[in-house]
Design a binder for this molecule. Structure first.
Ligand code: HEM
Length: 147
């Protein structure tokens, strides 16, 4: 991800943030559950509006700190470990990324363009890779040796 992509994403996120969070979340989750219905039962702990707010808050947190990702890697690791408990696996990340891009495209309307699409893809991929790596690192060995 380049500095130019970070700036593009931060500016476009500023626009998305002016849209009602629950509306944005509802586009995102509707799309996600349409494309990957098997993840629907994982979302049982909170209502979709609550979940949407949490997701938007976390995305805002990450996006405002993209140029200093190293500083928030510990937060990302903790979040990734919680995702292991939710039952999230590597193959789920692409569908979530696609639902996010779909939501941004809908939310940004005429502002959406190929450069933005590429910038968001690159940044989501960096975040998803960091989360997947942390999930793998946090996995218990299959059999623990007894001392
Ligand atoms: C970069 C990618 C992602 C980000 C930034 C993200 C962010 C979040 C946040 C902020 C929460 C709120 C609770 C918490 O912090 O633990 C959450 C919960 C959750 N996420 Fe993610 N997530 C990502 C990827 C995924 C993927 C790939 C899945 C797979 C379907 C997923 C499934 C869930 C589930 C099941 C919950 C709990 C829902 C509930 O409370 O019922 N997330 N996510």
């Amino acid at each position: 991800m380049t500095q130019q992509q970070i700036t593009l994403v931060q500016n476009s996120w500023g626009l998305v943030s002016t849209i009602d969070q629950v509306t944005v979340g509802s586009i995102f989750y509707t799309r996600l559950f349409e494309t990957m219905p098997e993840v629907r039962p994982m979302f049982i702990r909170s209502s979709i509006p609550e979940q949407s707010k949490k997701l938007m808050t976390m995305l805002s947190y990450v996006i405002t700190r993209l140029d200093r990702l190293d500083n928030i890697i510990e937060e990302v690791r903790k979040m990734a470990r919680r995702h292991t408990h939710y039952g999230v696996q590597d193959h789920h990340y692409d569908a979530v990324g696609n639902a996010l891009l779909f939501t941004l495209q809908k939310g940004l309307g005429n502002e959406w363009n190929p450069d933005l699409s590429e910038a968001w893809t690159s940044i989501y991929q960096a975040l998803a890779n960091a989360m997947m790596t942390a999930q793998h690192d946090g996995q218990e060995p299959a059999q623990e040796k007894r001392a």
